[in-house]
Write a protein that binds this ligand. Structure first.
Ligand code: B12
Ligand code: SF4
Ligand code: SF4
Length: 229
């Protein structure tokens, strides 16, 4: 598969140098309002970039040690820098999951990878379980013909016990959605130490993808960012 300035394989190799992976992509339909591409015209296709497990962490940590001072949202800054460089090399526009207004990353991922949400809202991956995320996307003004992804098994459909809905001390995740404030109150409170130091108890209760589970220090970093601790 070739773009005007390179191939998908070359893009994947450039990302792998920072522990990032291509998470699939698709072309926007003629009837869709697509985000702008590199030169400001509508993008015709998108490639999603993300991580499986905590693979980018050592690369991010080395980058952080080189920064003159602590910066706000360092993982977003690192991701923008690394993915921005790849975008420039291959003639794409880079976007981030944190860009405002929010771009529909999970809808794009469901389309690109045929994933479905778990009861926690996090998309369930057949191999990585809940231990994966999106760090950016490349918008191209060329169309791409990526083969349709195969429909994969949605592990939550076969999971009868659903331990992910039974471990939170304040039942923040339920069929009604995510009770953001209840979670925050607990995480910041006196009894929130297990969530602060080891991550969300509900997410950690899922039996799948455990080889990709983020180490406690990585989970603590994300929890601190979520709760602005
Ligand atoms: C705002 C936001 C939140 C808000 C949700 C508020 C709300 N009810 O909308 C809050 C702060 C609660 C949140 C929390 C978390 N989030 Co969040 N969040 C986002 C963000 C930046 C924007 C969502 C959005 O509005 N998109 C715009 C709409 C149009 O796009 P969309 O694809 O339709 O959006 C989907 C989501 O909004 C989803 N959704 C709605 N409510 C919630 C709540 C949670 C917890 C999740 C995961 C999804 C989710 O439903 C939509 C499905 O179509 C996305 C990145 C992005 N750009 O999408 C990450 C994102 C959805 N979050 C993500 C994650 C992992 C989390 C956390 C689980 C971990 C963390 N980052 O700390 C936490 C939960 C904390 C915990 N207990 O552990 C990941 C999910 C990755 C995946 N594998 O699926 C994303 C994609 C970011 C990323 N870099 O990968 N999040
Ligand atoms: S515990 Fe079961 S229902 Fe919950 S996320 Fe994991 S597989 Fe899905
Ligand atoms: S982080 Fe803690 S309080 Fe929040 S949903 Fe997970 S287990 Fe519940």
């Amino acid at each position: 598969m070739t773009f005007s300035r390179g191939t998908v394989e070359e893009i994947a190799a450039a990302l792998a140098a920072n522990g990032l992976i291509l998470r699939g992509g698709f072309s926007f339909g003629d009837d869709e309002t697509a985000p702008a591409g590199f030169s400001g015209g509508p993008a015709r296709s998108v490639l999603l970039i993300g991580q499986a497990g905590a693979a980018p962490w050592p690369h991010f940590q080395r980058w952080r040690e080189r920064q003159a001072r602590d910066i706000a949202n360092p993982l977003d800054s690192w991701s923008r820098e690394v993915i921005g460089a790849v975008a420039q090399e291959f003639g794409a526009r880079a976007v981030s999951p944190s860009d405002r207004p929010y771009l529909p990353f999970q809808q794009w991922a469901m389309r690109a990878e045929r994933l479905k949400p778990s009861p926690l809202g996090i998309l369930m991956h057949p191999t990585y379980g809940l231990w994966h995320a999106y760090r950016g996307a490349l918008l191209f003004e060329d169309g791409i013909s990526i083969p349709e992804p195969h429909a994969s098994i949605h592990l939550c459909d076969t999971c009868v016990e659903k331990p992910c809905l039974k471990s939170c001390p304040v039942d923040a995740y339920s069929v009604q959605g995510f009770a953001h404030e209840a979670c925050l109150g607990h995480v910041r409170g006196a009894r929130g130490e297990p969530c602060r130091s080891g991550g969300c108890l509900d997410r950690n209760a899922c039996p799948y993808g455990t080889d990709y589970r983020y180490p406690p220090e990585v989970q603590a970093f994300h929890m601190a960012a979520f709760a602005r601790l």
